[in-house]
Design a binder for this molecule. Structure first.
Ligand SMILES: NC(=O)c1ccc[n+]([C@@H]2O[C@H](COP(=O)([O-])OP(=O)(O)OC[C@H]3O[C@@H](n4cnc5c(N)ncnc54)[C@H](OP(=O)(O)O)[C@@H]3O)[C@@H](O)[C@H]2O)c1
Length: 253
């Protein structure tokens, strides 16, 4: 990490500690303060994660390709120019983090591209696998040295990645890539258990974001992320590897 970044991070921690002390929050009994790294942080659910976590006093490292004005408004550390499908970009991010310990790594970034069976687009399916399934595993693997005993790993998937729940068909690239992500999450939960790292595979609900063209049927990012954070807070080694809806329901594979 470059010295300026270290200085900024230290300043952030001091500020947050002062803020909590001013609010009368007992630091020794409040265990919520941690360092969270979130991908896809410039908009949608990722941005809302940043907002709610920084509001409660956590330190947020917001990773994105290009920061948004809304992200700049938050009191978070921002890492831009990270295309998660690029080995080079991910290596650069890892170098910048310089073994900084993460309490929670949230793999949130994803894409959806819709094609019917008649107009199947193989390149699109491949792209969705790259972003939705391979990139989260690449980043997780690259950041394993930053995870410590007690850290948590989060994969934001979709119930569209549930085989049992599929009653409407279609969405080949999205569904297939999210199933693959769920499977990666299950394996990670087994492999990381001996290291005392718990893994959650989370569905945010149907949410009004750009991904869903801000569907009026969806819940707000605020509502979704409130539930997602509750799931992350309750995650432990006993329930590691569970596929949860943000509302707490356990989803079928
Ligand atoms: N919204 C829903 O109803 C819903 C339902 C189920 C699951 N989910 C899941 O929830 C998560 C967040 O979705 P959302 O609704 O917030 O979507 P969104 O508003 O479309 O945001 C997607 C985010 O992913 C980033 N991203 C995409 N490709 C990337 C790449 N190659 N490298 C780095 N960043 C990349 C985007 O960055 P750019 O701005 O640079 O493109 C953006 O920040 C996703 O995993 C999604 O599958 C959402």
């Amino acid at each position: 990490m470059i010295p300026n970044c270290k200085l900024l991070l230290k300043k952030h921690w001091v500020n947050q500690t002062l803020k909590r002390k001013t609010l009368g929050i007992n630091l020794s009994t409040n265990n919520k303060m941690g360092t969270y790294l979130i991908t896809g942080a410039n908009r949608g659910i990722g941005l809302e994660f940043c907002r709610q976590l920084q509001q409660r006093g956590d330190h947020v490292i917001a990773v994105c390709r290009k920061a948004s004005p809304e992200l700049f408004e938050l009191d978070v550390s921002i890492e831009t120019d990270v295309d998660l499908t690029s080995d080079r970009d991910v290596k650069r991010l890892v170098k910048k983090l310089d073994y900084q310990q993460l309490d929670v790594l949230i793999n949130n970034a994803a894409i959806v591209e819709r094609f019917s069976l008649e107009n199947l687009d193989i390149d699109s399916i491949r792209r969705q696998f790259e972003v939705n399934a391979i990139a989260p595993l690449r980043l997780t693997h690259a950041l394993l040295p930053n995870l410590k005993t007690g850290s948590k790993l989060i994969l934001i998937t979709s119930r569209m990645g549930s085989i049992d729940d599929n009653t409407s068909g279609g969405s080949y690239g999205y569904r297939m890539s999210k199933v693959a992500l769920c499977m990666a999450g299950k394996s990670l939960s087994i492999d990381l258990k001996p290291k005392n790292i718990a893994v959650a595979i989370l569905h945010p609900g149907l949410v009004k974001t750009r991904m869903t063209n801000f569907t009026p049927n969806g819940i707000t990012p605020e509502q979704s992320v409130k539930g997602l954070i509750a799931r992350i807070d309750q995650l432990n080694l006993e329930n590691t590897g569970t596929f949860w809806h943000s509302n707490g329901e356990v989803l079928p594979w």
